[in-house]
Ligand binder design. Structure first.
Ligand SMILES: C[S@@+](CC[C@H](N)C(=O)[O-])C[C@H]1O[C@@H](n2cnc3c(N)ncnc32)[C@H](O)[C@@H]1O
Length: 308
């Protein structure tokens, strides 16, 4: 049995992205029941924080963003190693700190180089020194996030932290049957079989539509149909309610069992700007960890969702 798991310490992967689910991983890992005999799918892998912490034996991680996929393929093949990451960041940090914070920053030299050659090391450098961890590409597929930090961004301690994050993934993969594939969620569903499990965390509707992140209501509906009529177990992450409204899209997932947890996020540093968002996890009925929620006998849609 790979799930449920009680995870106390969540590790963060090297490529952080906006909307990373670090805080929700314990909730997700405790709420699902799955024997782990089939393949674990994560077709919207993003940072990969959920699957990497669950660490199944056999997994297919995929995403439409080719740079995320190449980064992990390069670690898997040994094309990049944690040692190389250290050397690279040490060298590049010296160059970065010798340039100003503005448009003449060395950050933009790396950005231009990345847009020509797409090296995974450059991608890591950009992703860890850009504005707010955004991943954004223009209509031509060029990375266009501005520099958002200070020239002395890559201090020794940060370099060590990133190197350790790469080393964690490097070691984790050694004895695992993991594949990283650039593909849309639709293709990932074609690979799923009975006994598999899929964790789904698509982009939010109404959020920014980036080049590799072109999400829309039609995709959202298709996803709900593929998951609910597909052969594998599923868990789907979605916001349930914020201070203004409930998420009506959740109705499309009527076959699943819904559980929720409160999540706080800050707008600026002030306490009064602390907003609660209720996050939902919708799980295929046979994959809900009933033991954790044994106080509820009959779960049904909306009326008796469980607050964690
Ligand atoms: C909300 S993020 C996933 C975050 C991830 N769970 C984490 O914690 O880091 C959504 C991801 O879906 C990817 N994506 C967008 N459209 C997609 C599609 N049609 N098929 C597959 N992946 C897609 C984006 O590139 C992005 O990495």
């Amino acid at each position: 049995m790979i799930l449920p798991q009680k995870l106390d310490k969540i590790k963060v992967p090297p490529l952080k992205i906006q909307g990373i689910k670090t805080k929700l991983v314990p909730f997700i890992a405790e709420s699902i029941q799955w024997d782990g005999n089939g393949t674990y799918f994560e077709p919207f892998m993003g940072s990969g924080v959920v699957g990497f912490n669950i660490a199944p034996e056999k997994a297919i991680f995929s995403d439409t963003n080719p740079h995320i996929i190449n980064f992990y393929k390069d670690i898997q093949s040994g094309k990049i190693t944690s040692l190389m990451v250290r050397e690279f960041l040490e060298q590049e940090s010296i160059k970065l700190s010798a340039t100003p914070e503005d448009k003449n920053s060395y950050y933009y030299t790396v950005r231009e180089r990345f847009n020509k050659h797409h090296s995974s090391l450059d991608f890591l450098f950009l992703q860890r020194s850009n504005f707010n961890g955004m991943i954004r590409f223009n209509g031509k597929g060029e990375y266009n996030v501005p520099f958002g930090r200070k020239p002395e961004r890559f201090k020794k301690a940060l370099i060590t932290k990133i190197v350790n994050q790469v080393a964690w993934i490097e070691n984790l993969m050694i004895d695992k049957n993991w594949e990283f594939i650039q593909m849309s969620f639709i293709d990932a569903f074609l690979l799923m079989k009975q006994g598999d499990f899929v964790y789904l965390d698509p982009p939010y509707i109404d959020r920014y539509d980036g080049y590799y992140d072109n999400w829309n209501p039609e995709f959202a509906i298709l996803l709900s149909e593929l998951a609910q009529n597909g052969p594998s177990g599923y868990a789907f992450s979605m916001w349930y309610e914020n201070q203004y409204r409930k998420n009506s899209h959740i109705e499309k997932w009527h076959k699943g069992k819904i559980i929720t947890t409160k999540h706080y996020y800050h707008l600026g540093g002030k306490e009064k700007n602390r907003n609660a968002m209720i996050e939902a996890l919708i799980i295929s009925p046979e994959n809900l960890n009933i033991e954790k929620f044994d106080q509820v006998e009959q779960l049904s849609f909306f009326n008796d969702f469980i607050e964690n």
